[in-house]
Design a protein around this ligand. Structure first.
Ligand code: AMP
Length: 426
């Protein structure tokens, strides 16, 4: 029987082994390509910030601040309360203010990629350490800016070949509109208090909008016919929302309006949106975000409009696995070089170095295995081609190149190998 390991990773914290990280690299590379196309630059922020920043920025009444933060006092005297970041927007706003970025550029296009921490009950797609990718577009209050970030998120899913998802949008209005809506909603909920789940009853006071988010059967029934935020919007917010919808259609981004979409964090104004995956079970939010015109003022900066989103990279990887169960090709290597004797193995070492230098993904045998075992390995590692070289091939300076999927074999002169591969692998 295998021995029980003495130490295990903490609950909700995961190891990713090389057979998993390949998919992560694919997601990370897609993120860099897509953000590059939109001219967004990467920011790297500290893992921890002052607790106060999150309490103010995200909102005391939210689940994230109220129940999920990893907060502790450090060793300073007097101790300082610090928190492992549960999301990156508050830190980005802090950095933007601290570096006085707005003085030098009227508009900042930022993206980030890195871990965040929330004390939640782990389940498939939900972890205590997870990775987020997000963008922040700071300095524009225009609907075009909302559409720019939504289109970017949509492009990322397209780039990854994830097709089974939908985009939902809504508007939460400006604070005064939201307040009036909130009052109407609280009155509605109070009337149905008895029918609501315990959690939702508690939320009537602390965070009534979240009741609309509840997936509990009782809550869904009790809140049918609840007031809708969209009918509380005044002219300007309504026009903003309609313009976002028009521009999304112009940009070719399909969406549906979900008047119950409220998002969990307090800082949103007007536009909110969520990308909902269809292969993810209960944890179906691939990513979401919206406009947060109040946040920068809230955490001590000059009030500045901004919009952005956060995606869960762990969930993108799960969605990718579902999508790529079909499409494995990107996961393998380009070539497996098979050397049949010691002389051929020298050729293999030389050629692997050269082809890797040209950017190909190349595997070779490092265990002195037979041709048959090497071919099996090429197959197992999803190599697109096996390049086979023995004494005859060396004498004729020509390799046997086998396309693994079709088993079709060609003789390719060593000198033509790069050109041949370029046409085959493009
Ligand atoms: P939020 O800031 O709550 O909207 O989160 C942004 C995105 O991060 C969500 O859409 C999820 O994809 C992802 N996410 C949030 N919490 C977790 C978690 N505990 N584990 C994995 N992914 C998460």
């Amino acid at each position: 029987m295998a021995r029980e390991p003495r130490y295990r990773s903490l609950k909700g914290f995961r190891d990713l082994l090389p057979e998993q990280t390949g998919r992560w690299h694919r997601v990370e590379e897609a993120i860099r390509r897509v953000t590059g196309r939109y001219g967004f630059g990467e920011i790297r922020l500290p893992i921890a910030e002052s607790t106060e920043l999150f309490a103010r920025g995200i909102g005391e009444a939210t689940d994230v601040v109220g129940k999920e933060m990893y907060t502790f006092e450090d060793r300073s005297d007097p101790p300082v309360s610090i928190t492992l970041r549960p999301e990156l927007t508050a830190g980005a706003a802090r950095a933007w203010i601290e570096h006085d970025v707005g003085k030098n550029e009227p508009l900042s296009r930022w993206y980030y990629l890195g871990p965040a921490f929330r004390y939640e009950q782990p389940q498939a797609g939900r972890y205590r350490q997870f990775t987020t990718f997000g963008v922040e577009l700071i300095g524009s209050d225009r609907p075009e800016a909302d559409v720019e970030v939504i289109a970017l998120g949509n492009d990322l899913l397209g780039e990854l070949g994830i097709e089974r998802y939908r985009l939902e949008i809504n508007s939460l209005g400006m604070p005064a509109e939201r307040l009036r809506f909130r009052e109407a909603l609280v009155a509605f909920l109070e009337e149905r208090r008895e029918a609501l789940s315990e959690e939702s009853r508690r939320r009537i006071v602390s965070n009534p909008l979240r009741v609309l988010d509840s997936k509990e059967e009782a809550d869904l029934e009790a809140t049918a016919g609840a007031p809708e935020i969209l009918s509380f919007l005044e002219e300007e917010s309504r026009a903003h929302f309609e313009r976002v919808a028009t521009l999304l259609a112009d940009a070719g981004v399909p969406f549906t309006v979900n008047p119950r979409l409220v998002r969990g964090l307090d800082y949103y104004t007007r536009t909110v949106f969520e990308f909902v995956g269809e292969d993810l079970g209960a944890q179906s939010a691939l990513g979401g975000g919206g406009r947060y015109d109040g946040l920068i003022g809230e955490v001590g900066g000059k009030p500045t409009p901004a919009t952005g989103f956060g995606f869960g990279v762990d969930r993108l990887v799960i969605a990718l696995e579902a999508a790529a169960a079909a499409e494995e090709s990107g996961e393998g290597v380009d070539l497996y070089l098979v050397g049949l004797d010691d002389e051929a193995r020298r050729w293999v070492v030389r050629t692997a170095a050269r082809l890797r230098g040209e950017g190909y993904r190349v595997l070779t045998d490092l265990q002195g295995r037979s041709m048959k075992a090497q071919m099996r390995e090429a197959n197992r590692r999803n190599a697109r081609y096996a390049v086979i070289v023995g004494g005859n091939e060396l004498a004729e300076q020509t390799a046997q190149v086998r396309e693994m999927a079709s088993s079709e074999q060609s003789s390719v002169p060593f000198a033509d190998l790069s050109t041949w591969l370029r046409s085959g692998l493009s």
